[in-house]
Design a protein around this ligand. Sequence first.
Ligand SMILES: [Zn+2]
Ligand SMILES: [Zn+2]
Length: 140
Amino acid sequence: MELSNLNIEKYLKQNGIKPSYQRIKIFEYLVKHRNHPTVDIIYQELVKNIPTLSKTTVYNTLKLFLEKRIIQLIVIEENETRYDADITTHAHFKCEKCGRVYDIRVDLTEMKIEGLKTFQVKENHIYFKGICEKCLKENK
Ligand SMILES: [Zn+2]
Ligand SMILES: [Zn+2]
């Protein structure tokens, strides 16, 4: 599924979510920016154009999206919850200098995890931390 050409209204309906204007805008923000935002970031960006929006609405909408499994939660730092509309399996890299969270493609089918063979895996989260390519270049 390619997120960038998605009909968001239809997608929300297909997943049992009533596509209100605010819900569409919140999902659209996640799809457009791919910046793994926190509730605060989404709120601050969207309230500029939707003055009636509240932080609670953003929070509750994200909670609903999570329940319907159309977004995933990223908790790299325990005090910082981020959201991602890309629900395919991929890893995340957080740069400790610029704070940006990058998507890192991983092929888990190539990864042999012996200890998991007899377990039923429902979710997986792979996080890396360090300094990103861009910051490393700027440091030189
Ligand atoms: Zn960086
Ligand atoms: Zn991601």
